[in-house]
Design a binder for this molecule. Structure first.
Ligand SMILES: [Zn+2]
Length: 453
């Protein structure tokens, strides 16, 4: 019991008692100017919000033994093998030819291949079939124009596999900090029990990142966060210099690497350029670089989770720009005959867009606030005055400053854009009739339509 209370501060287990050591220590009459009952109510509310957020996040650090690691790598290899076979099948397709085999046909072929190749039959059929299913999903995403065409997988780069048909007994807690998951043909593999695992896990994915870290992610659809019911609308403008500007006037920056870390990354990259291909030293430098980059990604993802939770819990309607990210990040290179223009500038912009994790923010918002995210037409949001509505090219004086020449309204340019998004979102909700909650939902998250079942 004592242990559990102590762990409350950082990782709150789901079954933890609903109080913290801090609330216990407050003596009668010494609360922060608030009568005791209300203070404790406040504590309960805050804690329950935290618990909600934890259910959605489900990735844990996997800690395989060296022997298990080899077996897991074998699974990764099989998943990669069937994926690459599927890529090859689809690369032969040309207009006029019959379609490349789909998922069902590929599964039939897999059964045949397993009968002919003992090394393939030695692996897990679930891993191999799910590899094919991943490919089918990737292809659906490509045709849905949200992702690029699936391409070759390479050893050592973002490896992983998925296990489905997980039974309730396949995930268990061993001690306060240690859990175990049953992996077919590998056995029980330990993972860090850093937070509660939600009930009803149906599938999970095991991944190994470039830094050599193993993770297990349990697929639990994130619990939608309840709307506050105040009718509040917020506009979010996603930018390159500032990651996100809110119509409330807040400017949010996604965390990046610290100056010392950036310097270290640069040093490592120079070292990598000097290292001989295939040498041991090169491998070590590569891992060190991957570790630094993974740190940056982790921070950015954490930031997206926090911001999306805050917005979903604080506003009834969240307006975002409907940007075709895929189209925006497409290379400006062009071809050899017709070289693209502004290649350098576009490359810089691409980096900015990807760094700030735009797509992820909207995806998570749509999951946490289903039906409450309104995508608005982004045209003129940066040129229109949010006070009088006049569109003026010259109003944007610089990257940061907006000054309307017809009414004199002056504001941060990104906040002005966010105010326009908020206005449009409020308008869209009014147009589709009634309050957003319980009313008709016109726009479903696009990904749900594309899911391969
Ligand atoms: Zn104006």
């Amino acid at each position: 019991m004592r242990n559990r209370v102590r762990s409350c501060g950082r990782h709150l287990p789901q079954d933890a008692p609903a109080f913290t050591p801090e609330t216990k220590r407050i003596p009668e009459g010494h609360g922060p100017g608030v009568p005791r009952p209300i203070w404790s109510q406040l504590c309960l509310r805050v804690l329950s919000v935290v618990a909600d957020r934890l259910i959605g996040m489900s990735r844990f650090r996997l800690q395989p033994t060296p022997v298990q690691e080899l077996a897991l790598l074998e699974h990764c290899g099989h998943a990669r093998f069937v994926w690459n076979l599927a890529v090859e099948q689809h690369s032969h397709w040309q207009p006029g030819r019959t379609a490349a085999p789909g998922y069902t046909e590929q599964c039939r072929q897999l059964t045949q291949a397993r009968a002919e190749n003992p090394w393939l039959a030695a692996g897990s059929v679930v891993v191999q079939q799910q590899g094919l299913k991943d490919f089918a999903q990737a292809l659906a995403n490509f045709f849905g124009r949200t992702h690029r065409r699936p391409t070759w997988r390479k050893r050592g780069r973002c490896e992983g596999f998925r296990i489905v048909a997980v039974r309730p007994g396949d995930v268990r807690r061993v001690s306060r900090k240690v859990g175990e998951v049953r992996v077919p043909k590998v056995g029980w593999v330990r993972f860090r029990w850093s937070r509660a695992v939600a009930d009803g896990v149906k599938s999970y994915r095991v991944t190994r990142d470039r830094a050599g870290r193993w993770h297990v992610a349990f697929a639990v659809p994130p619990e939608p966060i309840a709307a506050p019911g105040t009718g509040a609308v917020v506009g979010v403008d996603r930018g390159v210099v500032v990651a996100a500007a809110l119509s409330t006037g807040e400017l949010l920056n996604a965390p990046t690497l610290r100056a010392t870390e950036k310097a270290r990354l640069q040093r490592l990259q120079r070292k990598l350029a000097r290292a001989q291909r295939g040498s041991v030293r090169r491998g070590k430098v590569k891992t060190a670089i991957a570790r630094l980059k993974a740190r940056e990604t982790d921070r950015r993802k954490d930031w997206v989770e926090k911001i999306s939770t805050r917005l979903a819990g604080g506003f009834d309607v969240i307006g975002v720009e409907d940007l075709k990210i895929a189209a925006m990040t497409r290379s400006a290179k062009g071809s050899l005959d017709a070289p693209g223009r502004g290649v350098r500038q576009k490359a810089g912009l691409n980096r900015g867009i990807l760094t700030n994790g735009w797509g992820l923010l909207v995806t998570r918002l749509e999951q946490k606030a289903p039906g409450r995210v309104v995508k608005v037409d982004p045209r003129f949001t940066s040129q229109r005055c949010s006070a009088c509505g006049v569109v003026d090219r010259e109003a944007r004086e610089s990257q940061a400053a907006f000054r309307c020449r017809s009414c004199g309204f002056a504001c941060n340019a990104d906040v002005n854009a966010a105010l326009n998004v908020r206005f449009a979102a409020g308008h869209a909700v009014a147009a589709r009739g009634g309050p957003p909650l319980g009313g008709p939902v016109n726009r479903e998250p696009q990904r749900d339509l594309l899911l391969v079942r």
